[in-house]
Design a protein around this ligand. Structure first.
Ligand code: B12
Ligand code: SF4
Ligand code: SF4
Length: 302
């Protein structure tokens, strides 16, 4: 079997698993980690100290998988809410509204690996979704999944940015894809819309100012006053994606039921008449962010 035939098989396996796009990149992305190294050197990652620990692995994926030759990159649309307008209710970011995507995506990547392993007994694989030390956006750009946008998302024209990434490193030799053309041009809608000025016109990103960091990653409590600035977002934030012209209304909703709000905590958590919120305290999402949500339950938004 030629490397090109093998690549076609890999892509077909990804599509069979329900992923929307699959591309191949070199796993050696060291020369594209300039911005990442600066973040680590300047310690601008706030409470996400794991990002500094991940640097050596991102620079040298041989530490994760000896003999690694290729990175298989998949993307899956999770757009699960048609509305693009903020409405004053409390909000959970779309990516977190359904079942935990780490589990959903990893299960399908594991299924791909199982099939590849049965056909290629001596090959080795390493799967990662978000939490493993893989430079996911860089790999996605190199694999031709999308371009690096001003809001720091990877955007794929016609799919927008509401997609999640998953990676399989492998010792299989697969032909690499090329980055696609595309960019933001002179648009600055996300820069203007971000309530915490986290996005710079020059491509700079203030990680610790981002509401997503504040409501998910920050270890200390978020005060009621801080929460009021967050325009109702209490777990993640989608504002810079909502205003983005690439996320136009014609992009279909996800076809994975797991990502639909009914499957998880629900997209909007609306305050009742008294202004308090019925928080589903039996969910892992609530338990993981109790410190933030405790304040939310006492905040009056209306
Ligand atoms: C830490 C982290 C965060 C942090 C910091 C985000 C940030 N902008 O850096 C916080 C908590 C704020 C966050 C928020 C969100 N996140 Co996040 N996050 C991550 C994580 C774990 C690491 C990202 C990281 O290393 N950041 C540091 C910067 C320096 O690195 P980077 O973003 O990878 O950027 C690299 C590229 O841009 C590259 N680059 C720049 N230009 C070019 C040009 C070329 C040609 C090439 C090749 C490369 C290249 O250089 C940078 C590295 O030096 C990744 C998963 C992973 N393992 O990678 C998910 C990830 C980036 N997050 C994701 C998501 C969905 C989100 C949110 C939308 C969630 C939400 N709704 O709240 C927001 C979006 C906020 C935003 N505007 O970015 C997705 C993004 C999917 C996509 N389409 O881009 C990822 C990939 C997780 C996944 N598996 O799908 N996140
Ligand atoms: S996710 Fe929200 S806070 Fe973070 S950069 Fe985008 S608009 Fe700003
Ligand atoms: S809103 Fe405009 S500048 Fe921001 S990411 Fe989308 S196209 Fe780029």
């Amino acid at each position: 079997m030629t490397p090109a035939d093998l690549k076609s098989d890999v892509i077909q396996l990804a599509l069979d698993q329900g992923f929307d796009v699959c591309g191949i990149a070199s796993p050696f992305v060291e020369s594209h980690l300039e911005g990442y190294r600066k973040m680590v050197a300047d310690q601008t990652y706030g409470d996400m100290a794991y990002l500094a620990r991940h640097l050596p692995f991102k620079e040298n994926p041989e530490l994760l998988l000896p003999g690694v030759k290729s990175a298989i990159v998949v993307a899956k649309n999770y757009k699960n809410s048609p509305d693009q307008t903020l409405d004053g209710g409390l909000k959970v970011a779309r990516y977190a509204a359904g079942v935990d995507y780490h589990i959903v995506m990893t299960d399908r990547l594991d299924a791909m690996v199982e099939q590849l392993q049965s056909a290629h007994r001596t090959a080795a694989f390493y799967v990662g979704v978000d939490s493993r030390p893989l430079a996911e956006r860089t790999l996605a750009i190199l694999a031709g999944i999308g371009f690096k946008a001003r809001n720091s998302m990877v955007i794929r024209p016609k799919l927008g940015s509401y997609f999640l990434l998953g990676i399989i490193l492998t010792t299989l030799e697969l032909p690499f894809d090329r980055p696609i053309n595309g960019g933001c041009g002179t648009c600055q809608r996300c820069v203007d819309a971000c309530p915490t000025q986290a996005i710079g016109m020059d491509g700079g990103f203030n990680t610790t100012a981002c509401i997503s960091y504040q409501t998910i990653e920050k270890k200390s409590s978020v005060s009621s006053n801080e929460l009021k600035k967050f325009q109702g977002w209490i777990f993640g934030c989608d504002i810079c994606q909502e205003v983005c012209p690439f996320n136009h209304p014609h992009i279909p909703l996800t076809d994975w039921n797991e990502f639909k709000p009914q499957a998880g905590v629900g997209h909007h958590l609306r305050p009742d008449e008294s202004g308090s919120v019925d928080i589903p305290t039996n969910t892992p999402l609530y338990r993981s962010r109790k410190r933030v949500w405790e304040n939310v339950s006492t905040v009056r938004y209306q």
